[in-house]
Design a protein around this ligand. Structure first.
Ligand code: 6R9
Length: 580
């Protein structure tokens, strides 16, 4: 669909007046110059996000408005946040955590998570968020790989998911819990009280490691994408140029801070741009969400297609009578935003609705319906000024073939933007494999139209996106394989009208086991317990054996094609199959 909606934003004064001139005038050093920098010439995300605003006289402005599940509200001014993150940085130092070390946080949307994230960055310590709905297996893998020396979590998550893992995590020296006292852990609030509110910021260089985000590939353990402090240049810029964040705005990002969006745009971009960000502790609930948009007078709203599809299902009557006049812009990320979603958003809210595309690896928005561009519903938009994108195919003999208008290929980005990941932790080969001739290859298949808009086609690999969360099939298969009944397992994403995709597992059993309903329930239950409900398969089918190629890899693509009744494609490398 190529229908064009004229953006109602066109008359507002943008930093980037229009696409063409922005392309000519934009450069990254200029974006960098809008930041303060550290007095000694370094760059630190926490300084840009918080302390700088206090120094500039905006300490009284609300930085974070936290809305608790049961109706509590806590406002953190920039000044209060600045003191709290300094205290946390001080606590880290007293516990012997040094610059370049890593700490992890496993928590839902509680204030301590944001304080720990910024406090770690202030101290030059790498911050690694973990999704609180993960089960013990993904938590253990990530904690091990990160080498985290300290974990901040809640008493409940500690008892249910972490305590039993400790013997297998020798590098994890300290656990800090929020709220009640828990034996064997430090009480976070008590430590914070003793911390110094004016503890100094570490003199981090722009390329000092800052953030570790785990993401999934098709094979092997999850990858630790490492980002540096300089990423804040891209967060600041894209927050302005794409999300139109202006100092004093009220902004709400609904993403969970356990995933990259919840940190890049649920913490850093908004604070760097001096906004008041709303944090809602509760899970999705349509009535509550509309109430927040109205009562908090949200100006800019960044959400996900899954949420939009659920709101669409509930219908427009749920917002009848709500005053949403404060809302200026809605944007979405994580999965393809259906054209119907864009049009629904436009009609229901009377506001522009912009899709944005990026990844854990890119750290910040790369392609978007941004600024005063006309929005093309169903398209991801155009590469941001400063970002060079192309549609490519890897040549067998090496190098890239650059494809033209309308041709389908992999989305590639010219390496060198500030929020580009700098390695996969401990896996330099895996990192190097993402780059060809100075271009980063995203793994997403796209096409470009004659006006330079990009259209998402699908993934080039087997990773699954369910409710905006990226899941590696290997991690799910490995957990199923732990069960004594399972001989082999293959996991695919199956299209779903709300979640985008849901996870389906195909399981071949060992001799002597019957594939009945009871065993199906047991296996799904096992997966939910080990992986967490968000990552576990929703459906499970028993098969005699799984199709493999000659090198022994499970052909998930074929499983998927069969499941969906699609053409099976090139089967020349198929070794065995269940003959389904
Ligand atoms: C930020 C984030 C990245 C993958 C990406 C792509 C999918 C993200 C999208 C989109 C279609 C969009 N994706 N935005 N697909 N349209 N606007 O989601 O990071 O969790 O690493 O996922 O998500 O497949 O490659 P991450």
């Amino acid at each position: 669909m190529t229908q064009t909606i004229i953006d109602k934003h066109a008359s507002t004064p943008w930093n980037l007046p229009d696409y063409a001139s922005a392309r000519v005038h934009f450069d990254w050093p200029q974006a960098r110059a809008t930041l303060a920098g550290l007095p000694g010439g370094g760059l630190n995300i926490a300084h840009e996000a918080v302390d700088r605003h206090v120094a500039q006289g905006h300490g009284e402005r609300v930085a974070i408005r936290w809305l608790g599940k049961s109706g509590e509200r806590i406002d953190y001014s920039y000044a209060r946040l600045s003191a709290d993150i300094a205290r946390f940085a001080c606590v880290l130092e007293r516990l012997g955590i040094r610059q370049g070390d890593c700490i992890a946080v496993l928590a839902g949307r509680v204030p301590a998570l944001y304080i720990a994230a910024l406090g770690a960055l202030k101290a030059g310590v790498v911050f690694c968020p973990l999704f609180s709905a993960f089960g013990p297996e993904p938590i253990q893998t990530r904690l091990e790989k990160s080498g985290a020396r300290l974990l901040v979590t809640t008493p409940q998550l500690y008892t249910r998911k972490v305590a039993a893992l400790l013997p297998q995590l020798p590098r994890l020296e300290h656990v800090l819990t929020v709220g009640d006292d828990v034996e064997g852990t430090y009480h976070l609030e008590a430590l914070l009280e003793q911390g110094e509110p004016d503890f100094p910021t570490a003199a981090t260089a722009p390329d000092a490691p800052a953030l570790l985000h785990f993401t999934s590939g098709t094979t092997g353990a999850p990858k630790g994408a490492l980002h540096v402090h300089e990423a804040v240049v891209a967060h600041a810029y894209s927050g302005r140029a794409v999300l139109d964040l202006r100092a004093g705005d009220v902004y709400w990002c609904t993403a969970d801070p356990g995933w990259v969006t919840g940190i890049s745009y649920g913490l850093i971009a908004p604070l760097v741009n001096g906004v008041t960000m709303v944090v809602d502790e509760a899970e999705f609930d349509a009535a509550r969400w509309y109430q927040i948009l109205e009562e908090q007078r949200v100006n800019v709203w960044y959400t996900a297609p899954t949420a939009i599809r659920m709101l669409m299902k509930i219908g427009a009557t749920a917002i009848a009578g709500r005053d949403l006049s404060a809302l200026r812009l809605m944007a979405s990320v994580g999965e393809p935003l259906n054209p119907e979603g864009v049009i629904w958003g436009n009609n229901t809210f009377g506001k522009p609705f912009h899709d944005t595309w990026w990844q854990t690896e890119t750290g910040a928005i790369m392609v978007a319906n941004y600024g005063c561009q006309p929005v093309r519903p169903g398209s991801m938009g155009c590469p941001l000024p400063g970002i060079e994108a192309a549609v490519v195919r890897r040549r067998r003999e090496g190098g890239l073939e650059f494809l033209g208008v309308g041709e389908e290929g992999e989305l590639a980005l010219r390496a060198g933007w500030p929020s580009m990941f700098r390695t996969y932790l401990h896996e330099p080969e895996r990192y190097a494999a993402c780059f060809v001739d100075g271009w980063y290859l995203s793994g997403d298949l796209v096409s470009r139209d004659a006006d330079g808009y990009y259209w998402f086609v699908g993934r080039s690999d087997d990773v699954i996106k369910t409710s905006g969360h990226l899941i590696g099939p290997f991690e799910v298969e490995s957990v199923l394989m732990e069960h004594p009944a399972v001989a082999e397992a293959g996991v695919i994403g199956k299209p779903d009208p709300f979640a985008g995709e849901t996870i389906k597992a195909f399981v071949a059993l060992k001799p002597g086991y019957a594939g009945d309903d009871a065993l199906r329930k047991t296996l799904i239950g096992h997966a939910r317990l080990r992986l967490g409900p968000a990552v576990a398969p929703r459906e499970l089918e028993f098969v005699a054996n799984l199709p493999r190629n000659r090198s022994g890899k499970i052909m998930r693509r074929l499983l998927r094609a069969r499941e969906l009744g699609l053409p099976e494609g090139d089967l020349s490398t198929l070794e065995s199959s269940d003959g389904a």
